[in-house]
Write a protein that binds this ligand. Structure first.
Ligand SMILES: [Fe+2]
Length: 247
């Protein structure tokens, strides 16, 4: 694969539990660039319970800094804005009012739930968002207990028209057997649309995609890897429907 697009990462300095300062942002960007990523969508947390409620304006300042740092690495390195919004009952209307940063300039919004939320809460939340004209993308499906217990429930999310994202390190098995087997089951069921790094730092959750992409290309197909690690992310940024990934 020529290059990757990372739709989920916490590279902005000092806005959440991702990069702690500009130096760490720069180091993460350099690692991602060297690994083959050419476009990153910065998705800092919005999570009322955890106290991540920075305004769009504050995020915009950090976003501009990250863009400048990316440009210092290479003029072709692109950073787009976004947010990872933790669902609560206020989110659908707030999203419809435009209070969150969508992925690029699309109508897609990266949404996460609590790991212990039940399936019906996740399904209802995504449905509520869609009723408000928002296109949710479900972040890291393998991190929710309900899908690890019953990965086939992913089919019901996919049938809502919601793209499903998996973390690269989970798919590679680096986050343990349970996360690995759930990720694989969702992929084999034809329900995964995207892989992102969900990078937070360089040590534990680094912005790396290549090893996982190469593995998927070798084990399944180059075309599946291209959709998961690049083309579906590009489609989302253009507000187009994702393409199904069959392996
Ligand atoms: Fe995240």
């Amino acid at each position: 694969m020529e290059y990757f697009v990372d739709i989920h990462c916490h590279i902005l300095p000092r806005v959440d539990d991702g990069a702690k300062d500009e130096q760490e942002t720069l180091d993460m960007l350099r690692t991602a660039w060297d690994d083959g990523t050419r476009l990153m969508v910065a998705t800092p947390h919005w999570n009322r319970e955890r106290g991540y409620t920075k305004s769009r304006r504050e995020i915009a300042v950090a976003y501009k800094k990250a863009q400048r740092l990316a440009q210092s690495i290479h003029p072709k390195f692109r950073i787009y804005s976004g947010q990872e919004v933790a669902y609560d009952s206020s989110v659908p209307e707030a999203a419809a009012r435009g209070e969150f940063l969508f992925l690029g300039n699309s109508r897609y919004l990266l949404v996460e739930f609590s790991p212990v939320d039940g399936f019906s809460r996740i399904e209802n939340g995504l449905t509520q968002l869609r009723m408000q004209g928002i296109k949710p993308v479900l972040a890291h499906i393998e991190r929710y207990d309900c899908f690890r217990k019953e990965p086939e429930l992913a089919e019901r999310i996919a049938s809502l028209g919601v793209p499903i994202q998996i973390n690269a390190a989970s798919l590679s098995g680096e986050h343990g057997k349970d996360y690995g087997s759930c990720s694989k089951a969702v992929l084999l069921g034809g329900c995964a649309s995207l892989v992102g790094s969900d990078a937070h730092d360089l040590k534990n959750r680094a912005p790396l995609m290549r090893d996982c992409a190469v593995h998927i290309a070798n084990r399944y197909s180059e075309s599946a890897a291209e959709l998961l690690f690049r083309n579906n992310a590009l489609r989302i940024l253009k507000n187009l429907p994702v393409e199904p990934v069959s392996v």
